[in-house]
Design a protein around this ligand. Structure first.
Ligand code: GLU
Length: 447
């Protein structure tokens, strides 16, 4: 297999699908050497099959806004790979959603889910619906209209959606309500990220952020460092940034920045519990503005429009917002400002130039598919609880999450340790995920 040849073919076949092509390129580059040591993979054309989704559903979603006007959006579900379990992955509601974005996310999800140690295949879905400025009623009507089509594609042993950007507990509630009505199935295992009183797992809302910090602790420990007292810059203020901030604070770090599409809030003395709680209010308002934090806490947070979190002095950078949010110039600025570690929490949050810069300048870097896997892993734990009709305590879930993140770190070290003893976490995560999925595909024959 030659990455160059496969990429040339995919570029010709899917011109303009930039996020998808970027995600595939990153994985193929890392696995090429290992792959070529396995002629049985080549014979079964594993890579050629793995880069194509199993199937994609596309549907029209029509709903009525508060003014009585008819609105039309497009909905998608990309079922990427089912080699190690039923399709599993979130739904993203964002105005920029395209098939390319969901293909990249579904592809990443396949490897990420393989790393969790749980039996889950990869999927992703969503819509170009923009939640910004929408009322609660509009969100509900959109979710109901979306499920009117989606319900036929999903099922607790078939495909299990969850949240992602623009989809949290509120949206999962509306989606599940409509699913029950249409399918006349009362199996809560069809969606994860549910409310705690109706089948949701304790700690699922926090899990992506908590897991990211557990992974960061493991990585720092391996490098002989400690998170206590470190200044942490976080991008975004949504669910992932919220969970990451809670845990960073608990572990004795100082969150000195959060950001939004409008700019950055610098918090010189570090974020407080009260400010973290306020992130939830900001998210529920659908205003998508981080400036609201500075308005609410004028003595603690200082807003600068148009700037990113990477302009603030820090030790550790945690991108928690959106793909490609950290460019090479940002990586250079981070280094100039003393940053020595970046754990990517958002999916593909760093551009390839930024990753190369980190890797060639001695900055510890780990990719999203390892760092953020605690979210989907806890979704897997939610599915287990639903299937057994039980619910675990927060302590039980947290212990399992700790174990899973430690194991993901160990897999990265196993497959990513370089001759000089350093760990290439990108290689480690990609090879570990790939080997598991490839082996399963091989054993299941040419399908
Ligand atoms: N959207 C999350 C992710 O990127 C969670 C998916 C899930 O829980 O199924 O992994």
């Amino acid at each position: 297999m030659k990455t160059k040849d496969i990429m040339a073919r995919l570029q010709a076949k899917y011109p303009g699908e930039n996020e998808y092509l970027q995600a595939v390129q990153e994985v193929l580059e890392s696995i090429e050497d290992v792959y070529n040591q396995h002629p049985e993979f080549e014979k079964a054309k594993i890579v050629e099959r793995m880069v194509e989704p199993d199937r994609i559903f596309t549907f029209r979603v029509t709903w009525v806004d508060d003014k009585g006007e008819v609105q039309t959006n497009t909905g998608y579900r990309v079922q990427f790979n089912s080699a190690i379990g039923p399709y599993k992955g979130g739904l993203r509601f964002h105005r920029m959603v395209t098939p390319s974005m969901l293909k990249f996310l579904g592809f990443e999800q396949t490897f990420k889910n393989a790393l969790t140690t749980l039996p889950m295949g990869g999927a992703k879905g969503g819509s170009d619906f923009d939640p910004k400025g929408k009322t609660d009623e509009e969100i509900m009507r959109f979710c109901q209209a979306f499920m009117l089509e989606l319900w036929q594609c999903i099922g607790p042993d078939q495909d299990i959606p969850a949240g992602d950007v623009g989809v949290g507990g509120r949206e999962i509630g509306y989606l599940y309500g409509m699913y029950k009505k249409l399918a006349r199935e009362y199996n809560t295992g069809v969606l994860t990220g549910k409310g705690a009183t109706w089948g949701g797992s304790i700690l699922r809302p926090e899990a992506t952020g908590f897991g990211a910090l557990y992974f960061t602790e493991n990585l720092l420990h391996h490098a002989g460092k400690d998170i206590k007292g470190c200044r942490v810059a976080v991008s975004g203020f949504g669910n992932v940034a919220w969970g990451a901030s809670i845990k960073a604070l608990e572990l004795g770090a100082k969150v000195v920045a959060i950001s939004g599409p409008d700019g950055v809030c610098e918090i010189p003395e570090g974020i407080t519990k009260e400010m973290i709680d306020y992130m939830l209010v900001m998210r529920a308002s659908n205003r998508d503005r981080v400036e609201d934090m500075a308005t609410r806490f004028p003595d603690k947070a200082f807003f600068t429009p148009g700037k990113k979190a990477w302009s603030v002095k820090c030790d550790i950078a945690l991108p928690c917002a959106f793909q490609n949010e950290l460019a090479e110039e940002d990586a250079k600025q981070l280094k100039e400002n003393g940053c020595w570690c970046c754990c990517e929490v958002s999916n593909m949050g760093c551009q390839p130039g930024a990753i190369h810069f980190f890797q060639h300048n001695g900055i510890l870097f780990a990719p999203g598919k390892a760092v953020n896997a605690g979210g989907v892993a806890t979704s897997g734990l939610e599915m287990t609880q639903n299937a057994e009709h039980i619910s675990w305590s927060g302590k039980e879930v947290d212990e399992k999450l700790h174990f899973i993140m430690r194991s993901i770190h160990e897999q990265c070290v196993k497959f990513g340790t370089q001759p000089d003893g350093s760990v290439d976490y990108v290689k480690g995560a990609n090879i570990a995920g790939f080997m598991k999925v490839a082996q399963a595909m091989l054993e299941q024959g040419t399908v």
